[in-house]
Design a protein around this ligand. Structure first.
Ligand SMILES: [Zn+2]
Length: 228
């Protein structure tokens, strides 16, 4: 069920489930989607009153919401924390970095976003894979698998078997930030929790981890807003 809110100029999504006991409200930080979880037995009026009571909270959340940016020619895209303008010309046969902070595509490319995404993932792998392998030598466990995905909620993960997953969008963040995420995930090879010893190890291997974590908390949604 959905209803339209003229105030927020969007639909409010109501998810009704048997198991839900309490009403809850969510505003997606990336898309601005507003959803309410409610029990099957609650009346529409109760849900609407709940929505009404939380209007100022919703508008506060929406103001923090990132406006999506479509990746196309002319856009300034961050790579390793520096902004590059996306351009095209006849002189290049494949997409590449140009001097003066440009990413240049051949003129004939139709789907710019797709080409830039592919380019960024290849670049991300070429930078991060050697760093992961180099740092993993500090640990006794071997890395079995490294994968790069575009996960919505996490920046990385690590399994006890030694599979590392990273969000390739991290290549848009400053190097110190993605290095922190890699060290964080590798440290899970030793401590499969976020306890005192875990953070002590992260701090030893990556002393700036506190400010890098803060960068991700504050700016992480910015690098998720690009639509390729
Ligand atoms: Zn963790």
């Amino acid at each position: 069920m959905t209803f339209y809110s003229p105030e927020f100029d969007r639909y409010i999504h109501i998810n009704r489930k048997n198991k839900i006991r309490r009403l809850s409200l969510k505003v997606c930080r990336v898309t601005g989607k507003i959803s309410i979880n409610a029990s099957l037995y609650l009346s529409n009026l109760d849900i609407f009153n709940f929505f009404n009571k939380n209007r100022s909270w919703i508008s506060k959340q929406l103001s923090k919401c990132a406006v999506p940016k479509i990746v196309d020619k002319g856009l300034m895209l961050p790579v390793e924390g520096n902004y590059y303008e996306i351009v095209s010309n006849n002189h290049v046969s494949t997409i590449r970095f140009l001097e003066s902070n440009k990413i240049c595509l051949p003129k004939n490319i139709i789907n710019v976003g797709h080409a830039v995404q592919k380019f960024l993932i290849v670049y991300c792998k070429s930078i991060m894979t050697p760093f992961i392998i180099e740092k993993s030598n500090l640990f006794k466990k071997k890395i079995q698998k490294i994968s790069f995905k575009d996960t919505k909620s996490r920046w990385g993960s690590c399994s006890s078997k030694g599979s590392i997953m990273l969000n390739w969008r991290l290549i848009m963040a400053p190097p110190s930030v993605y290095k922190y995420v890699i060290i964080h995930e590798l440290s899970h090879l030793v401590h499969m929790n976020h306890g005192y010893l875990f953070w002590k190890l992260v701090g030893e291997l990556h002393p700036s981890y506190m400010s890098d974590r803060e960068w991700l908390n504050k700016n992480g949604h910015e690098i998720r807003k690009y639509i390729f």
